[in-house]
Design a protein around this ligand. Structure first.
Ligand SMILES: C[S@@+](CC[C@H](N)C(=O)[O-])C[C@H]1O[C@@H](n2cnc3c(N)ncnc32)[C@H](O)[C@@H]1O
Length: 233
């Protein structure tokens, strides 16, 4: 795979933020089209996995246009959505998602220690410059016993499925994305999976940040992955 759409580490923060500002108007449409609605099924599975519900105060980290925030709110949780891209947050507000939205950086959360009971994060891990500082911030803002669910894409390991997935993800998605939204962004998004460490390393980084009962599971033959954990009570 040619990794020509990936920014250098130094450029990543600014270029990813600018990219999400650009694609915000068509972000929801593209997500539903690209995954045939599976993205929402995976988001629901994520909040099911940590039992988000009434009485929870949930941080939706890198909330984008607020899909996870909305699903959590529908289950009776009070939700804070945080993202660094103003246009993505604007999209969430335009949709009327019942949450408080804050513009900010995932490595410097504007929340006090132990402020939330659960945190969710959808399809954003590969966009952070580094994961350890983000996981440490999550551990800081979660109350004892707090749960976390981190969802992202993955690539199947079975060779035939991997080839089919790669054809779709690396060829079709950039083509359709280029026609309907932004060619450069939809070339970056599939390639950015290379930023994701293997599952054991993801689990170890979350454990080192202070989380217990860390679990990693693959969904739809490895097209998506979910990392969960909880802070000791
Ligand atoms: C692929 S979108 C996912 C949006 C949403 N969570 C979802 O499920 O559709 C990734 C989001 O991560 C945000 N993001 C990336 N790095 C960030 C950072 N350091 N701090 C805050 N938000 C960040 C981007 O602005 C973008 O909205």
């Amino acid at each position: 795979m040619a990794l020509d759409a990936l920014p250098s580490k130094a450029e990543k923060y600014a270029s990813v933020r600018a990219m999400f500002d650009r694609i915000a108007p068509r972000y929801d449409l593209m997500n539903r089209l690209m995954t045939a609605g599976l993205d929402q099924r995976w988001r629901r599975a994520s909040i099911d996995a940590i039992g988000v519900g009434d009485g929870d105060i949930v941080l939706d980290l890198a909330c984008g246009t607020g899909d996870l925030a909305e699903l959590c709110a529908r289950r009776g949780a009070r939700v804070i959505g945080l993202d660094f891209a103003g246009e993505m947050l604007h999209g969430a507000q335009k949709r009327g998602v019942p949450a408080v939205f804050v513009q900010g950086d995932g490595t410097r959360l504007p929340l006090r220690r132990g402020a939330v009971s659960a945190a969710v994060c959808g399809f954003a891990l590969r966009n952070f410059v580094a994961l350890a500082p983000v996981f440490e911030e999550l551990a800081r803002v979660l109350a004892p016993g707090g749960r976390v669910a981190l969802l992202d894409v993955d690539r199947p390991t079975q060779p035939l499925l991997r080839a089919g997935f790669s054809f779709y993800f690396d060829r079709v998605v950039p083509l359709v994305g280029g026609l309907l939204s932004d060619r450069q962004a939809y070339a970056y998004l599939p390639q950015s999976t290379v930023y994701l460490p293997p599952a054991p390393e993801l689990c170890e980084t979350l454990s080192k940040a202070g989380f217990a009962n860390v679990q990693h599971r693959r969904m739809l033959f490895g097209s998506a992955q979910l990392l969960t954990g909880e802070l000791p009570a």
